[in-house]
Design a protein around this ligand. Structure first.
Ligand code: MCA
Ligand code: AMP
Length: 513
């Protein structure tokens, strides 16, 4: 593979050894973006041009943090891999982030450069100026001069992905090149990725599901990745109906939305789409629990037994139903090769038998290095070398089943992990809100929906739509409560802590769209 790569690296004098790797067939299409297609040779060369431009004469970025705010595109991929080849740490940003969130990402990670399209730079200008961060475009970085790329030790930091925790602000999860390699290679094998695969990528590109499971696995396998800026159901299903894809990966909400879409369109069109799914070699569901009903409906419509797997930003994928063998509805299967999984009881004792619930703890090369700038938080999340996931599971007849999370303050909405505390802290800045408690309420489409129970200041009023508009500038749209309930008081225990399980039975006035 390296010799082919060297042959086309005509801009870089020293080929990069940074992981993840790319497919070796130069003529094959790596990326498709609308009507445009880019071969592996074109992609490789553009990544080198970007890396050389970013180095700007230095030998190595030495783990400088380079953030980027780019939609799924050739530019996104050139930037991600270019940062790796130049020795930087890549920080993919949420394109829907509000300014306060962006401020936190850039500031807490000590970002030195941000890459964004000219058209999207305006809202970033003042923030970058204040934080003394260079704001650049991909075009502005690309450089045609020859240059050397650094050798990257695989233990070096490669990426920071922000994830919500139970605490206030999102934490930056740092993974090394070695961890990424482990996360990718285990999936290549487990799910039989190959260069004939063609996969649509419509998931957000600031999370592991989109970045690692789809983009990096696809490109490492030498497959073709079709880029979509968003979950464009009409265009994606049009391609499915003409049998474009071999593999499909999505969160459960997307399968629910697809089922609703199929039920709402002409029978013949639905038949074609179902046939397109049927002829794929694999449909994967993950990032949140796939309800058994969805598994069954999908199988009835398309003949596909969804392969459900379990993962986390800190560890990549850990558990998976088998590619060949029984895919059991409601279960996440078995540990992936190279990943050690153990359930522990509340006394930190390993659970050896079946049918006893415990916390999932994980060891392996796939596990992240640290939370950026969070030595204490990192230490707290490991016990005896095991990463403690906070997810509770049980093994039944050989397969793991996820039962829930140890914290009620983590919400999963449409596959996004959200912190109730972070949302509460933002809402408390509203001039009419005295007290607030946020929970995830079970929902057929979203898994859970963010719901806020609010006590208003004396004499104050609050309409749902006004609160939603207020939230627009302060949080990503998917964090905004989709329903609020105005209540007289919040139930609290003797310590003054809100008793969240009691919230749903409170009397109050609902507000929602
Ligand atoms: C969109 N909206 C949401 C969400 N997404 N509300 C709550 N939760 C959400 N997840 C709101 C929008 O703000 C908008 O509100 C309305 O829904 C329609 O938005 P639209 O963008 O059109 O919706 P959509 O395209 O149907 O988006 C749904 C989606 C998206 C495609 C399911 O949420 C999504 O891409 N989720 C995947 C997240 C993901 O990749 N998670 C992986 C992290 P309004 O109408 O009021 O403006 S977990 C991970 O990486 C680990 C390692 C793992 O295991 O995979
Ligand atoms: P994130 O931190 O955004 O990577 O989300 C990881 C979390 O998503 C895990 O800790 C689980 O709570 C949840 N998750 C991922 N896959 C599944 C699954 N198949 N079933 C249930 N929960 C899942």
């Amino acid at each position: 593979m390296n010799s082919d790569k060297q042959a086309i690296n005509d801009s870089a004098d020293s080929p990069s050894n940074a992981f993840p790797a790319l497919g070796s067939d130069n003529l094959k299409i790596a990326l498709a973006d609308g009507n445009k297609q880019f071969s592996y040779a074109q992609l490789n060369r553009r990544i080198d041009r970007f890396a050389i431009g970013l180095l700007a004469g230095q030998n190595d970025l030495n783990e400088a943090r380079v953030a980027f705010l780019l939609p799924a595109s050739l530019d996104y991929v050139s930037t991600l891999f270019g940062i790796w080849r130049a020795g930087g740490i890549a920080i993919p940003l949420n394109i829907a982030a509000a300014e306060a969130e962006m401020d936190h990402y850039l500031n807490s990670a000590g970002v030195t450069q941000v890459i964004a399209n000219e058209a999207d730079q305006a809202p970033l200008r003042a923030l970058c100026a204040r934080l003394h961060i260079k704001l650049l475009s991909v075009e502005g970085v690309l450089n045609d001069n020859p240059g050397n790329l650094p050798r990257i030790d695989e233990n070096r930091r490669a990426i920071i992905v922000f994830t919500s925790g139970t605490t206030n602000k999102p934490k930056g999860v740092v993974s090394t090149h070695k961890a990424l390699r482990a996360q990718i290679t285990t999936l290549l094998k487990a799910w039989a990725w190959n260069e004939n695969d063609i996969i649509p990528l419509f998931l957000p590109l600031h999370h592991i599901h989109g970045i690692i499971n789809i983009l990096c696995c696809g490109l490492w396998a030498g497959a073709t990745v079709h880029l979509f800026a968003r979950f464009d159901i009409a265009n994606i299903t049009r391609q499915v109906a003409i049998n474009t894809y071999t593999v499909f990966m999505a969160v459960p909400t997307i399968y629910v939305k697809l089922i609703q879409h199929l039920e709402g369109i002409e029978h013949a069109d639905a038949q074609n789409i179902c046939a397109g799914f049927k002829c794929m070699r694999l449909n994967v569901s993950g990032s949140a629990a796939c309800p058994m009903k969805v598994f069954e409906q999908w199988q009835a419509l398309t003949g596909q037994a969804l392969l459900e797997r379990y993962g986390m930003t800190e560890i990549g994928m850990a558990l998976s139903n088998p590619y060949c063998g029984e895919r059991r509805a409601g279960y996440v299967g078995l540990p992936l090769s190279g990943v050690t999984v153990q359930l522990f009881d509340e006394n930190d004792q390993p659970i050896t038998g079946e049918n006893q619930a415990g916390e999932i703890r994980v060891k392996g090369d796939n596990v992240f290095l640290e939370y950026w700038g969070g030595l204490e938080t990192t230490q707290e999340s490991f016990i005896d070398g095991w990463f403690c996931s906070g997810d509770i599971a049980v093994v039944e007849k050989g397969y793991y089943r996820i039962m829930g999370r140890s914290s009620i303050d983590i919400i999963k909405s449409g596959g996004y992990k959200l912190s109730a505390l972070e949302i509460e802290n933002t809402l408390l800045n509203h001039e009419n809100i005295l007290e607030v408690a946020v929970i995830g309420v079970e929902d057929e489409v979203w898994g859970e929906v963010v719901t806020a129970f609010i006590v208003l200041k004396t004499g104050a009023r609050l309409k749902y739509q006004d609160l939603k508009t207020w939230c627009d500038k302060r949080m990503s749209p998917y964090k905004t409560p989709r329903a609020i309930k105005i209540v007289d008081t919040l139930p609290r225990n003797a310590m003054g802590k809100v008793i969240k399980p009691d919230l749903q039975v409170l009397d109050g006035v609902w507000g929602q769209e």
